[in-house]
Design a binder for this molecule. Structure first.
Ligand code: NAD
Length: 378
């Protein structure tokens, strides 16, 4: 039986420096009878040279060869081309692009997206790329904030005087938020955090953060352990009550998301006006749909008239491409190994993991959440 050929493509999205498979993962998938083809230069911007892939047992080829010979393409973002009948595994964001998925289905492409993974399944945790990448983003967001904030994070007592520790507020204490709290604490800041999910209080406190309780919004979790969506009135009340806390902090990191919806607005333009000059906000939820901060723009840094720097985070994991690629490669290779049976890609929609990640197969959109969005669209 011919081995499955897996192709690792060079990412083409602007600013993307990650690569889907790192050299250390090549022997792991090779042991399952997979032949790995790597597009020349695919790992270069994450500091993985072609020679390391070749030494690990991969074949380094040009782009045309990867696209024409691979049975399965491994990527971070959806590649610019996919051959009819080919399979592609990456972070394809199907819920943001259901019609794009439908188009892949008509071309008999099997699209597999790591962001559809059922994250609470213990056996899926090694494949959880959303967690591995968001964790890196939470770390990087604090480093960006610390670099921009023009005072010390830690308490410093020197002959030249005493410097108070920075007061950091983290809004949203999920994967990114908890990493942000831990990182800011390690830099010596005094950290407070808020989340609408009731279980987050204990998690924040276990990292040495102070949990902010709001009176205006009842805590609550929604489907799958994620945050429930707040009504517009609740959101307004939440933003108003948060405003007092925000004004007392030097650095605010916002990470709040609700799957499949516009991120909740938590920091209004007026609240930003109430902050002290020199304060810094990093909006990790900044997106074209809007973010947690009314005036943030994705990938852009704004300095307001009152001297507050508002950083709309872009693709933060791509700014730490070596660690991000290493973690992503472990996730994607674990998923690939799960999908292989007798040396072939074996699609089985009765499997709980596959039901979440397989978006298109056999000419149809098979993932329920994406199919539902398509039905609802005109
Ligand atoms: P996320 O990126 O969807 O959201 C980030 C945080 O924002 C969440 O904690 C959410 O509660 C919070 N949030 C959303 N709207 C808010 C609002 N209006 N006000 C305040 N906070 C708000 O979530 P995530 O970080 O990917 O994970 C969320 C949950 O899933 C967490 O409980 C996490 O531990 C859990 N999770 C579990 C596993 C696992 O079991 N293996 C893996 C990953 C995540």
């Amino acid at each position: 039986m011919a081995a499955v050929h897996v192709g690792v493509v060079k990412e083409t999205a602007a600013g993307e420096r990650r690569v889907a498979l790192t050299p250390d993962a090549v022997p792991r998938v090779g042991a399952a009878g997979v032949e790995v083809l790597v597009e020349s230069g695919a790992g270069a911007s994450a500091w993985f040279p072609d020679e390391d892939y070749a030494q690990a047992g991969a074949t380094v080829v040009d782009a045309d060869t990867v696209y024409s010979r691979a049975d399965v393409l491994l990527c971070v973002n959806q590649p610019p081309r996919v051959r009819d009948g080919q399979a592609v595994i990456g972070l394809l964001a199907p819920l943001l692009n259901p019609t794009g998925m439908a188009e892949l289905a008509t071309r008999n492409i099997t699209a597999i997206s790591l962001d559809g993974l059922p994250r609470t399944l213990t056996r899926a945790q090694g494949m959880d790329a959303l967690t591995s990448q968001t964790n890196i983003a939470g770390y990087k967001a604090v480093l960006l904030a610390a670099d921009t904030f023009e005072r010390f994070f830690p308490l410093l007592i020197t002959a030249a005087g005493t410097s108070k520790p920075a007061a950091v507020l983290v809004l949203g204490a999920g994967v990114a938020g908890l990493q942000a709290i831990g990182t800011a604490r390690r830099l010596g800041a005094v950290v407070s955090a808020y989340d609408v999910r009731p279980q987050s209080k204990g998690e924040v406190e276990s990292l040495g953060g102070r949990f902010v309780e709001l009176k205006s919004v009842e805590a609550g979790a929604g489907e799958g352990g994620y945050a429930r969506a707040l009504s517009p009135d609740e959101q307004a009340a939440q933003a108003a009550e948060l405003a007092e806390h925000i004004a007392r902090h030097d650095v605010v990191i916002t990470t709040a998301q609700v799957p499949g919806r516009r991120p909740p607005l938590m920091v209004t333009a007026d609240t930003v006006k109430s902050m002290r000059a020199g304060s810094v906000i990093v909006d990790m939820a900044a997106s074209d749909l809007g973010g947690n901060v009314e005036i943030s723009q994705p990938g852009a840094t704004i300095v307001t008239n009152n001297g507050v720097t508002v950083i709309g985070a872009g693709n933060l994991p791509a700014q730490m491409p070596t660690s991000a690629s290493n973690a992503y490669a472990r996730n994607i290779s674990a998923l690939l190994l799960h999908l292989l049976a007798d040396g072939e890609l074996h699609i089985d929609l009765d499997d709980e993991i596959q039901r979440g990640v397989v978006i298109t197969h056999g000419g149809s959109v098979v993932q329920p959440a994406t199919a539902k969005l398509l039905e609802a669209s005109p």
